[in-house]
Design a protein around this ligand. Structure first.
Ligand code: 3PG
Length: 401
């Protein structure tokens, strides 16, 4: 196990890796659960009189979302209800001067770590520890705190280099995400375990199904992936219409695996029995899957399916959600996702809701995050945790502890 911030003496100079990677719309960074969750860790650290520099990334080079962290500092300031400094530099002279000015209770956001050439190439922690980036920043601090569980699958300098050369601790988000997201691999449950799988990418979900095989008793499928499984089951859906590009290339790549899983898992795989679409009047319309011939996009599972999945969840000892059952951002097609989340919230079972997008449905539809055992802010890292794949950022924290 790793050390946590409980093991820190008060009043230290800390380099804290957060994951503030957020949606950016028209150049504006969108507030989201990542800010509020990291703010909790930071609040605790500041109350202990630590001087804190936050290291984080945003987007990937070449994408529109690859922007400065200046706005992130402002959003964080709103959450913390205190001033948060920002410096448009990560480990150059300007950054070092701002870091040296920090006093106990101060917080400073450094510039986007991915703007540094040494950050991104995936290399071993020992190699990352030798970069100028790590060698320059490390001596400025007493300790490193990694709170960025959701980026811990990346072997980047800011995530794996520092623990090799500094005392390293897990922040509260890292601790909570690690414990809850590993539960499917580490805990035993007395009753049925249900996994709700949706979203758009078959390549994410297929390994999850195969790797949790021993733990999960039934899988409820929806979204694009659910429709691909319906196609494998012989229904006339699960292909592209009207210029969409969701299905056919995935079918080309994964049809054999999907057919094999369908065959092997049999009754444990639950597929939609009805689907929802936009009717001619612009309202939600539904149709049974049986006998359906696809001529439009299906945007949600139907009400009968939602009820059946909700019933399965109510009868579960544990429920894990990865991916949405429909396009919940549009209220007309939120029914499947929200109905199942509501059933989980009302049921006294161990529950984890994950995948950046799915957890957004919790906020959009006024569900209470407290009604779930854990609402994860991780995307790729959550999928890896479900499949039991180690996360390099966690491994290095454990190893160096
Ligand atoms: C995320 O948003 O899932 C993490 O910050 C990792 O981002 P990446 O997929 O761009 O590496």
């Amino acid at each position: 196990m790793f050390q946590t911030i409980d093991d820190l003496e008060p009043g230290q100079r800390l380099l804290v890796r957060c994951d503030l990677n957020s949606p950016v719309e028209d150049g504006t960074v969108q507030d989201n659960r990542r800010f509020s969750r990291h703010a909790e860790t930071l609040r605790e650290l500041l109350a202990d009189d630590h001087a804190v520099a936050v290291l984080a990334h945003q987007g990937r080079p070449g994408r529109d979302s690859f922007v400065s962290l200046e706005q992130h500092a402002d959003v964080l300031a709103d959450h913390l209800d205190r001033e948060v400094g920002f410096v448009a530099d990560t480990f150059g002279e300007e950054a070092l001067a701002a870091i040296r000015d920090l006093e106990g209770g101060d917080v400073l956001v450094l510039e986007n770590a991915r703007m540094c050439d040494e950050e991104l190439p995936e290399e071993d922690p020992e190699v990352k520890a030798e970069t100028e980036f790590v060698r320059t920043l490390a001596p400025e601090f007493d300790a490193y705190v990694n709170d960025a569980y959701s980026a811990a699958h990346r072997s980047h300098a800011s995530l794996v280099g520092f623990p090799v050369v500094m005392d390293a601790y897990a922040g509260r988000v890292m601790e909570a995400e690690y414990t809850a997201n590993s539960a499917i691999q580490t805990r035993e449950f007395d009753g049925p375990v249900t996994m709700v799988l949706g979203g758009t990418k078959a390549e994410d979900l297929i390994p999850v199904i195969e790797r949790v095989d021993d733990t999960v008793d039934r899988f409820c499928l929806g979204g694009i992936v659910g429709e691909l499984f319906l196609r494998a089951a012989g229904h006339d859906v699960g292909y592209d219409v009207d210029g969409t590009e969701f299905f056919d290339h995935q079918w080309d790549d994964h049809a054999d695996t999907i057919e094999r899983i369908l065959d092997e898992y049999g009754d444990r795989l639950h597929l939609a029995t009805d689907l929802a679409y936009e009717g001619d009047d612009g309202e939600r319309a539904e149709a049974p899957v049986e006998g359906l011939a696809k001529d439009t996009s299906y945007l949600d599972v139907g009400s009968e399916t939602a009820d059946a999945y909700a019933d399965l969840v109510r009868d579960s000892e544990a429920a894990f959600v990865k991916g949405a059952l429909g396009v919940f951002e549009d209220e007309r097609f939120a029914h499947g996702t929200v109905e199942v989340l509501r059933a989980i919230a009302e049921t006294d079972c161990f529950s984890v809701v994950g995948g950046g997008d799915t957890s957004r449905a919790v906020d959009l539809y006024d569900l209470d995050a407290e009604d779930f055992s854990h609402v994860s802010i991780a995307g790729g890292a959550y999928v890896r945790a479900l499949t039991g794949e180690p996360l390099v950022g966690v491994e290095v924290l454990e190893r160096e502890a």
